[in-house]
Design a protein around this ligand. Structure first.
Ligand code: F6P
Length: 477
């Protein structure tokens, strides 16, 4: 460990969280388990090949851990105090930026102490990266929690090649302008050579704001800084480890478990499923209401359909998340109370997280997957469902407001604000004939299997390596 601590890395990932979760065993001993996300799956080979390291918070407060290795990955924990967890993570990241960037679906809160903590913590991440990065290393900064890091890092280490990727939507200027620290955030991001977004619209919102608020010249996806440096802003729709997911869903264990799930639901004609983090952006109340009404108005029989809703606990100390949890408990109770029968609860609600194997079995058990966010950067659950449907069966109901809707064109599209519209599309998905469903699923699968997380990472890193080389000139937009 001592030897490794001195080694500098040629490739660095900086994210709010490390890609591992701590597991405490019954005997009190501790180990780490790789988190299920696709990002680490995609970056692992690059990290191993290039002697990389991952800088991130390990998830607990007031604890300073030394760097460690897990499964061949070099992990560098960044400590956060209890008040930083409250002000930087729960506060500025998740009660200011998160709602602001998701079309203010709840009202963002602006507090100066939260901003101060955000600056302080971003500086800590940047300082750690500056210490660790080898000469001319590539550094890839992830997501909204760390938007000041690119500029801070560039000031400390101008030799580095810096990329930034935003996993959530980047809002239009009418909303972004609410932010009292809007200029600092834009300048923070401009420290990168390449700023990646999920959608072309996000990249355009960014360049427009840079032009209007910071006053730099821009041409299409290029920003020209006064010192001669250029910054590219482009879209890279993120994906999943599609082959890995498909492979998992083909194992006999997962196939058997999927059947077991259907059996335990009473083998109804239609099994519908929703799997989301318990977040107010995901449109959970809307979809549950739509499903409940289909039963209460007699369109579908309570014996014919079950909706399994998995809500993974998330950000539980943030007020809006607690409120949502209570609201959903109440709504599920009301619908099941109103339309259920003895032994027949139409909504099966699970507030828990599950391992990948169980998720794959749930996807395989579902005839219809329902994904209805009010706003979502991408939505990987929709892509995971598609990856597990190797028999070309099943239907995907997908919100127009998820980034994934641009790629998953053959999904059954819904506007989650329109309950009646959602009811009829859910019904259409349930009642479509096998030929139509197969045609749609085949096209969806082609899209997901061909555009996986490896391709995403390759595209981003290839572009990052070439920024400023040629062709980035032009006239003002
Ligand atoms: O991109 C959305 C995101 O905030 C990621 O940065 C994060 O890994 C994930 O959602 C889960 O959120 P959290 O880290 O707040 O639990």
């Amino acid at each position: 460990m001592g030897r490794m601590a001195k080694e500098r890395a040629d490739f660095l990932v900086i994210a709010n969280r490390l890609p591992v979760d701590r597991v405490v065993h019954p005997d009190g001993s501790i180990s780490w388990r790789k988190s299920p996300g696709g990002l680490v799956t995609a970056l692992e080979p690059v990290m191993k090949l290039r002697g990389g390291a991952w800088i991130g918070w390990h998830g607990a407060s007031d604890e300073d851990l030394s760097e460690f290795e897990h499964d061949g990955l070099r992990l560098v924990p960044v400590p956060l105090s209890e008040s930083e967890v409250e002000e930087y993570y729960e506060g500025f990241s998740n009660a200011t930026l998160w709602p602001l960037y998701h079309d203010v679906v709840v009202t963002p809160e602006y507090h100066r102490e939260w901003w101060d903590a955000y600056v302080r913590v971003n500086l800590r991440f940047a300082t750690k990266a500056a210490e660790l990065a080898a000469e001319n290393a590539v550094v890839w900064v992830q997501d909204y929690q760390l938007q000041l890091v690119p500029q801070m890092l560039r000031e400390m280490r101008p030799d580095l090649r810096i990329g930034f990727f935003l996993h959530i939507p980047f809002p239009p200027k009418e909303l972004f302008q609410q932010l009292p620290w809007r200029r600092q955030i834009l300048e923070g991001l401009l420290g990168a050579d390449l700023v990646g977004f999920q959608m072309p619209g996000g990249a355009q919102n960014f360049t427009q704001l840079v032009r209007q608020r910071v006053g730099h010249r821009t041409a299409r996806d290029t920003v020209f800084l006064p010192d001669g440096r250029v910054v590219l802003a482009r879209a890279y729709p993120i994906s999943i480890d599609a082959a890995g997911f498909e492979q998992l869903s083909r194992t006999p264990e997962v196939i058997a478990r999927a059947q077991e799930i259907r059996d335990s639901l009473g083998n109804p004609r239609h099994v519908m499923i929703g799997i989301d983090r318990l977040d107010y952006t995901k449109g959970l109340p809307q979809r549950l209401r739509a499903f409940g009404e289909l039963i209460s108005d007699g369109t579908i029989d309570v014996d014919d359909a079950v909706f399994v809703q998995v809500a993974t606990p998330s950000r539980e100390r943030v007020m809006q998340y607690r409120k949502l949890r209570d609201d959903i408990n109440q709504l599920v109770g009301r619908i099941n109370g109103d339309v259920g029968r003895i032994g027949q609860q139409p909504i099966q609600y699970l507030h828990a997280s599950f391992p990948r194997e169980e998720m794959a079995a749930m996807y395989r058990a579902a005839d219809v997957m329902v994904v209805t966010p009010l706003r979502d950067g991408m939505n990987l659950v929709a892509k995971e469902y598609v990856a597990t449907r190797w028999d070309d069966r099943g239907a995907l109901v997908l919100s127009e407001f998820a980034g994934a809707a641009a790629e998953l064109k053959q999904a059954f599209k819904v506007n989650p604000h329109d309950i009646n519209g959602m009811k009829s599309v859910m019904l259409e998905a349930m009642r479509s004939n096998a030929v139509d469903l197969r045609k749609r699923m085949r096209a969806l699968r082609k899209q997901v299997m061909e555009n996986d997380i490896d391709k995403w990472a390759d595209c981003f890193l290839t572009d990052l390596a070439s920024v400023g080389e040629s062709g980035q000139s032009g006239s003002d937009d």
